[in-house]
Design a protein around this ligand. Sequence first.
Ligand code: NAG
Ligand code: NAG
Length: 390
Amino acid sequence: MLLIVLLLVVIGDVVSISSPITPFTAYRYSTELEKGMADLWWTVDNGAKDITFELHMKTTGWIALGISPAGGMTGADIGVGWVDSAGKVYFQDRYASDFFKPAMDNTTENWLALRGRESNGWTAIQFKRLLDTCDPMDVEIKSGTNVIIYAYGLTDPSVGDISYHQNRRGSRMIPLQSYVNPPTENKFADLDYFEFRLNNSIVPSDDTTYYCKVYKAPTGYSRKRHAIAHKTMIDSDNVDMVHHLVLYECDRTVEFDDNNLAEGVCDDHYKELSRCLANTGVIWAVGGDEIVEFPEEAGYPVGGDFHIKYYVIEIRYDNPKLTPNRRDNTGIRFYLGKEHRQYDLGYLTFGTSINALALTIPPKVAQFTVDSYCPKEFTEVLYFFDPKLC
Ligand SMILES: *[C@@H]1O[C@H](CO)[C@@H](O)[C@H](O)[C@H]1NC(C)=O
Ligand SMILES: *[C@@H]1O[C@H](CO)[C@@H](O)[C@H](O)[C@H]1NC(C)=O
């Protein structure tokens, strides 16, 4: 069954940063683009409709950041900058019409350098751009997932032109602007929380793995509490491998040995987990928001007589290089509100099966509709609206 779900988006204020240079100002978001090599900070100003970036890379040559329509250089809108030995900052707006060296954007200059400096072998440049420049040689920065490409050179351009970067480049899918603008984690800093999280689990050296682990609902809350937000904690060592994760609610009838809860490749536990892997709760995929806050009138119940006693976290890993012995501590944290809210929040999963009639994307249409019917046998057991019904 393919689940059709709402994914709510943005990246948090997490992450390990390796740059020895302190950013010029405070930013809303940051991420390590490449371990020990490249860090990026940014803030979106919705009033001014622009975005301010600060890019740090471990080189004293040129550094570049691009917005790519599809992940590669083709069609990418790229800002290239460097700081010369006198400390002067240079910045260029470029456009890559194909795989080759990006040409200067000769229509308008939309990437604007603000400040820059070099220190300890790193280069830091702060620059800004309009979200939508309306320039055919720029790529609009849309809400949701953006494909960021980056590259650097070992030296400053000598005659004003950049040298080929060979393999000194990379790309990341990052939601630069959230659909829903969730709050930062600070908002929940003084709240109780509980976590369902892997504990140094070994990621199999297979191309694709669905990994499952059962968690018992926290038992320490004799009175029902309400979770008001959750945070997906992708292990910062494994952002390259975690493709998505799903938290499932087990059916209330399951019984497990609490001292021996299943963990491992999902297929190896398929039977045990058969009454767990149906109703989804939290879902995160690359590009999704780390923090999700619930509406203020509702909270997700935990403790007391709440009927869900077990959960399963299923993580899909992509490990195309078949790297052995990578350890993972990815998981989910739920923040508990201080007050009880008016309503219990529940998850309802809609889906359609994967077959040629259910989900076929017709060619050359701007949009299309997928119909899916919910049999009455299903709605008859919607007991979570009223536990007395079953
Ligand atoms: C800009 O550069 C492109 C590609 O190099 C060229 O085809 C185009 O004519 C130039 N436009 C202007 C306004 O110079
Ligand atoms: C993680 O595993 C270690 C070693 O098995 C164990 O000592 C520790 O209690 C575990 N931590 C949690 C939170 O389960």
